[in-house]
Design a protein around this ligand. Sequence first.
Ligand code: NAG
Ligand code: NAG
Ligand code: NAG
Ligand code: NAG
Length: 330
Amino acid sequence: MAHIKLLIWACCLALSTSFAYGLGVNWGTQAAQTLPPSTIVQMLKDNKIDKVKLFDSDHWTVKYFAGTGIEVMLGIPNNQLAKFADDYDFAKEWVKNNVSTHLYNGGVDIKFVAVGNEPFLKSYNGSFLKSTFPALQNVQKALNSAGLGDKIKATIPQNADVYESGNSGPSQGDFRSDIRDLMQKNCSFFKDNNTPFLVNIYPFLSLHENKHFPIEFAFFDGQTKAVRDNGISYTNMFHANLDTLVVSLKKASCSGVKIIVGEIGWPTDGDLYGNVTLAKRFYSGFFKKMATKKGTPLYPGFIEYYLFSLTDESEKSILPGSFERHWGHF
Ligand SMILES: *[C@@H]1O[C@H](CO)[C@@H](O)[C@H](O)[C@H]1NC(C)=O
Ligand SMILES: *[C@@H]1O[C@H](CO)[C@@H](O)[C@H](O)[C@H]1NC(C)=O
Ligand SMILES: *[C@@H]1O[C@H](CO)[C@@H](O)[C@H](O)[C@H]1NC(C)=O
Ligand SMILES: *[C@@H]1O[C@H](CO)[C@@H](O)[C@H](O)[C@H]1NC(C)=O
């Protein structure tokens, strides 16, 4: 952990002298002991992290970001999606009580509302397929009606397995077959509202889930033989994964939508591949990549990233593995 802390500090200190980098971090609070928000705010400032992604919109946390210059992404949990989908008046009330209330002069710089969290994960058995897009539409409509639509965008944090390319490369990418129709029919929302597509990408999980995954491909230090796809060389899984999304969006007639990486990280314990050495290797390559401000072969522009995560969370479900409690930088 100490290594990583130092790494972030060194990275951001070096960058902060010339420009604000725009590094974000997720702050989840499923922990027995959580740091007071005022301490969190100070930690973010000390480390030149200027965006925070939350998983709820708890007043107690949100209000501490007032006047800090830190951009905030509020969250709406999956179990509330149906309510937001069915009841526009509820969405309006929610915006009034949980968004507008923070927007006084010197208030909180709210930029996004994350509607649900990875609602199309296969393990949810389709429970949120019906409610997610209608909820998204109602939240954006309520933001628009409060006069906030240009400044605050509602979007959906998606897990990277909403798209796939089978055994082929990124050029064969498409949305997962069970949600392809849904994505194709609803993709125009992103274009029409100038909404970014938020995606969580974890090379660690590829390694964790597949014993045959070529480990070198999870990192950014090019110690792997490049894989060629449609004339493009890939030396890391992140590029290949994000480009699969680019192709999938194109197939859904949704090219040109901005992509933001809502979660990226590596755990420091709790798995064969979850340790400080590998986490350090991952972040070290990732930060160097980030500093180039270059995206991927098919998405060459600047990408915003939110690291996962700020602190370890001692009460997260360990159903996927005990690594779930060890994502914290601090
Ligand atoms: C958010 O809005 C809802 C609906 O208006 C309200 O019931 C709830 O108390 C608000 N949440 C917080 C944390 O204030
Ligand atoms: C999804 O289905 C599986 C198998 O039927 C079941 O074990 C699991 O509890 C279900 N999960 C949810 C979130 O409904
Ligand atoms: C979203 O997809 C669903 C299912 O295909 C469809 O019924 C609905 O009309 C779509 N919504 C929009 C806004 O296109
Ligand atoms: C970290 O994990 C890798 C892969 O399992 C292993 O080779 C290495 O020895 C581990 N390092 C430490 C310090 O545990």
